[in-house]
Design a protein around this ligand. Structure first.
Ligand SMILES: [Zn+2]
Length: 143
């Protein structure tokens, strides 16, 4: 099946366009996370001559295990996304030069296709707390 997150830039119009997809955790290759339902991606994709930007949100629900009371609970997340896609090779970092902040949000691709999957997957995975609490004042395990 065609991955809806792989986009052919030729099919994009100049300027902004809405991009909305609901995908499964499996299609994002997310493992070790208990995603409840679908991951909802809501983006504005903006195309100019030399760059494509994707701005918006990714929403999802995760079943987590509270480190305090050890109960399972579900939590909704809405995470912001901003990613730039630039056609061509990644410029070499000059020795002694500082890495521009833009490098962290910029991905280089060759050909006509770029893939939104990595940024969506990273955004979901980075949103999950290492030590989740079901609520701030969770009393812990009752003894
Ligand atoms: Zn708890």
């Amino acid at each position: 099946m065609k991955n809806p997150l792989i986009i052919n830039r030729v099919n994009l119009e100049e300027g902004g366009q809405k991009f909305r997809q609901e995908v499964t955790a499996e299609s994002l290759e997310i493992k070790n996370l208990n995603i409840v339902g679908l991951v909802v991606i809501d983006l504005e994709i903006f195309k100019t001559d030399d760059m494509i930007t994707a701005t918006g949100t990714v929403k999802f629900r995760v079943k987590l295990n509270c480190v305090s009371c050890l109960e399972d609970y579900e939590k909704d997340f809405t995470e912001k996304i901003y990613q730039e896609y630039v056609s061509g090779a990644k410029p070499k970092v000059i020795a002694g030069g500082r890495i521009e902040d833009a490098d962290f949000i910029r991905e280089y691709y060759s050909g006509d296709y770029f893939n939104l999957t990595p940024i969506i997957r990273d955004t979901v995975q980075l949103a999950i707390p290492i030590a989740p609490w079901c609520r701030d004042d969770c009393p812990g395990v009752c003894v």
